[in-house]
Ligand binder design. Structure first.
Ligand code: AHM
Ligand code: MG
Length: 339
């Protein structure tokens, strides 16, 4: 029988890579894994909402029903609060930083940025959605976390990952020593190592972008899309277009198969739609660790200096050669940066 490595075992084994580690990061990652399993359980019964009761109603067990994104947010905050390794959480669901005030947590070493349930338009229609997280070591020494603790460049991330709730549920993460993926085995309730040392192909044939926004795209993106659609046997064009509308799902597919995901600036949203702290940065950290590339179209995502908690960034991410090519189109046809 093949040896199965659970997420818990893997985290403990990898702790040895950090000789001075006291286990805090390991416990934090474990807490994220536990919250992910609870969220997964709810996501899997999302279609039962008519039977169990809609948001705001009381279900047959007498429990109040919540929107899934609100539920996911509460689960992750609760798991991280109980764990005691996080002093604050920056979440897409909360306008301001959530301080964890318990005696232990307020002096904890780590700050977590997260999008607890990404792909909101796909929540009610049985299409893959995800959770994205990013972990920083605080730069202030103790007491309540400060702005400078979460407004760090992506290069300072200690760990980042995502959970994809799809045809199976997977947790993928990096601590800066490669990327590893774990698939949830529902029969034993454990994430098991299924995708060790994930690498993104250097090039691919998939492009992912919401082409409905075409008229609002910068010329560089319009020209790149035309390039993707042109016939050329040598470069295997035309490429295939694949767009789910859940960043985690689109990114995960392209990471495995090779491809590019673009959410550019548009006329309506000059900084794009996606958020730097809990979407752009963690995804960029993962793709770089997997040998790929992430940029704003002009600059490396991980080098951007965040200025506010919910700030946005254009995102070009995926196979290195494809992202570089798209950047060349931006330089040539849209040389004025928006970020
Ligand atoms: P959300 O955080 O509200 O779910 O928005 C982010 C999502 C991403 O998962 C996805 O890539 C993008 O929005 C899709 O946007 P659009 O519907 O404009 O294509
Ligand atoms: Mg999101």
């Amino acid at each position: 029988m093949k040896k199965v490595t659970t997420l818990g075992q893997f985290i403990i084994e990898r702790q040895a890579d950090f000789p001075f580690a006291k286990g805090e990061l390991s416990r934090l990652l474990r807490d994220i894994g536990i919250a992910a399993k609870i969220v997964n359980r709810e996501v899997n019964k999302a279609g039962l909402v008519d039977i169990l009761g809609d948001q705001g109603t009381v279900n047959v067990q007498g429990e109040h029903q919540k929107k899934l994104d609100v539920f996911a947010n509460e689960q992750f905050i609760s798991a991280l609060s109980c764990g005691g390794e996080t002093c604050a959480i920056a979440s897409e669901e909360n306008e301001t930083l959530v301080h964890i005030d318990s005696a232990v947590s307020k002096n904890a070493k780590y700050v977590v940025c997260m999008d607890p349930l990404d792909g909101s338009s796909n929540i009610d229609v049985n299409v893959a959605i995800g959770t994205i997280f990013s972990i920083y070591r605080r730069t202030s020494f103790s007491g309540p976390a400060e702005e400078r603790d979460y407004l760090q460049k992506g290069t300072e991330q200690i760990a980042a990952g995502y959970v994809i709730y799809g045809s199976s549920t997977m947790l993928v993460y990096t601590t800066g020593k490669g990327v590893n993926g774990f698939t949830l085995d529902p029969s034993i309730g454990e994430f098991c190592l299924s995708h060790p040392d994930m690498m993104c192909p250097k090039s691919g044939t998939i492009y992912s972008i919401n082409e409905g926004n075409y008229v609002h795209f910068p010329d560089g993106v319009k020209q790149y899309i035309k390039y993707c659609q042109m016939e050329d046997k040598h470069t295997h064009r035309p490429y295939t277009s694949r767009y789910i509308g859940s960043l985690v799902a689109d990114f995960h597919r392209n990471l495995l198969k090779g491809g590019i995901f673009i959410y550019p600036s548009t006329l309506k949203s000059p900084k794009g739609k996606l958020r730097l702290l809990y979407e752009g940065n963690p995804i960029a950290f993962i793709i770089e660790e997997a040998g790929g590339r992430a940029s704003s179209g002009f600059k490396r995502i991980l080098d951007l200096q965040p200025k506010s908690l919910h700030e946005r960034t254009p995102l070009f991410v995926g196979s290195t050669d494809m992202v570089k090519q798209a950047e060349e189109f931006m330089m040539k046809y849209s040389p004025v940066e928006t970020v």
